[in-house]
Every structure is written in structure tokens, then in C-alpha cells.
Design a protein around this ligand. Structure first.
Ligand SMILES: [Zn+2]
Length: 276
């Protein structure tokens, strides 16, 4: 008898809590963090500091901050061992689908350009992604669309075309790339970019590189931002260049910057999603 009652009570409790749990789980804000580049092609370098490693340290700090907040569900594409299992598996078992996705998206955009409904603009010059990296970046977009990610944050450090990479360059400051106004995910991505910009600019100056237009730069060609219409309207994306790599040669300065930038980025994200 007692057992029966207990079972019934458990059943009632389960009824009470299950729907709640379901609502909560589905209303979590889904964030994907992409520390730029990887161990094979590491982006820019200054002395023995590689950009991909810096990106990973900062992304991991952001990851830990978001993970400690129950309102977020957060993913990261890489850890200290390389691509996480989820992404490594996704890239290898969906390679053909990703290539078809890329080609179909490019064709669709070309049709829009041909009929005049999309106007191409000249962006800041970027390094062209290698074919392998392009598959990964389009793969990340495809995965983000399929998993209904709310925001993708790409984490990078910068350099600019110059002759001697072993000496410090002249530019400084951070820069946030956001989807150009014609892109389907631009409206909300731009709002998010501005919220993060407001926070970071409390402690750091925006890029002094004239092509980066004061630290908030619209862009059509970066795959990360959903070029060729590869991110859905609801998938916000920003690519943050947290600063010129040669400014962070000093280990103390670099580590203080990681902590500051992680806190400021998360503050910007929270302001955007929870309104302030
Ligand atoms: Zn980079």
C-alpha cells in the first residue's frame, strides 16, 4: 500500500516537473563559440605566440563563464586536444552534404546577384580559407542552422598585411565584424555586435586601422558571418578580432586581456539577450 502511494506521489511529482523541465530546456539561449583557426593552420603569429592558441584560451574563458550561467547552453568547436568529438565527427561524416550545402547556397546567392536583389560590396581583404577550412566553416554554419543556435561567436586576433611580421605593427584596437545589412541574419547580429562593442570599448580602443571603420565592420564575404546565405535569420553571428597580436607579446598583459575580454564579451551577450 505504501509503495503504491509512493509510486502515485512520484508520478504526480513527475507530471508537475516534467513540463517545466521541458520548457526550461527549450528556452535556454544556445551559444556556439568558435575559437578561430586550428592546430594545422593557426592564423597570425608574433614571435612564438600563435593566434589559434590565443583564440582557444580566450574562447575557453568565455565558455566557462557562460556555462556557469544556467540560462545558457554553450558549445565550443575546439579544446586543447583539437576539434571536439561532436564537431570532428560532424565534419568527417557530413563532408559531402557540407560541400553540397556550400555549392547550393552560392548558386542561390549568384541568382540574387544576377536579378539585382543582392548587391555585392567590397569588404576588407581577408585571407581566403583553404578548401579544408572552408568545409569546416560551412560545416559549422550548417550545424548551427540544424541545431537552432541563437548566436555564434568567432574569436580571433588580428594582423594586417605588412612586410616584417617579427616587429610590432602600427595599428591597435579590437574590431567586430558583423553581417552586412542585406544578409538574412544581419538585423539581430548587428544589435548583438553593438552590445558587445559597448562593453569592450569600456576598456579597449576600437581598431585604428582605417579599413576597419572604427571597430564595427559590416562584411559579406566572411563564411563565419553566414556568407552566401548560409546562416538562418535566427542565427546571429559576429566575428571578433580582439586586438592586434603583436600588442600581446607580454605574458602579463596577455593574460589580463584574456580575463577582461571574456568578462566584457559575456556582459555584452547578457545585455543583448536579457535586455539592458
Ligand atoms: Zn584569425
Amino acid at each position: 500500500m505504501i509503495t503504491k502511494r509512493l509510486l502515485f506521489a512520484t508520478f504526480l511529482l513527475a507530471l508537475l516537473f516534467l513540463p517545466n523541465f521541458h520548457v526550461q530546456a527549450s528556452s535556454l539561449i544556445k551559444i556556439l563559440l568558435v575559437p578561430g583557426h586550428d592546430n594545422e593552420i593557426w592564423g597570425s603569429q608574433y614571435g612564438n605566440i600563435k593566434e589559434a592558441d590565443m583564440n582557444l584560451v580566450l574562447a575557453t574563458k568565455i565558455y566557462n563563464l557562460l556555462k556557469s550561467d544556467k540560462r545558457f547552453h554553450v558549445w565550443i568547436t575546439r579544446d586543447s586536444m583539437g576539434y571536439t568529438k561532436e564537431f570532428a565527427d560532424y565534419f568527417s561524416s557530413n563532408k559531402q552534404e557540407i560541400i553540397s550545402f556550400e555549392q547550393a547556397s552560392k548558386k542561390k546567392l549568384q541568382n540574387k546577384i544576377n536579378d539585382g536583389s543582392f548587391v555585392e560590396k567590397i569588404d576588407v581583404q581577408h585571407n581566403v580559407a583553404t578548401p579544408n577550412m572552408a568545409v569546416r566553416l560551412y560545416g559549422i554554419n550548417k550545424w548551427a542552422d540544424e541545431n537552432k543556435i541563437d548566436a555564434v561567436i568567432h574569436i580571433h586576433f588580428n594582423d594586417y598585411p605588412r612586410e616584417n611580421k617579427w616587429i610590432k605593427g602600427i595599428y591597435k584596437g579590437f574590431n567586430i565584424y558583423m553581417p552586412e545589412g542585406q544578409m538574412v541574419n544581419s538585423v539581430e547580429s548587428i544589435k548583438l555586435a553593438k552590445k558587445i562593442f559597448l562593453q569592450i570599448s569600456k576598456k579597449y580602443i576600437p581598431s585604428t586601422y582605417e579599413k576597419e571603420m572604427g571597430g564595427l565592420t559590416p562584411d559579406q564575404s566572411l563564411i563565419a558571418l553566414g556568407s552566401n546565405g548560409t546562416l538562418l535569420e535566427s542565427v546571429r553571428s559576429v566575428l571578433i578580432e580582439y586586438g592586434y597580436i603583436y600588442r600581446f607579446g607580454n605574458s602579463l598583459v596577455r593574460h589580463q586581456m584574456y580575463t577582461n575580454m571574456a568578462n566584457l564579451t559575456v556582459a555584452g551577450l547578457k545585455n543583448y539577450f536579457f535586455g539592458k
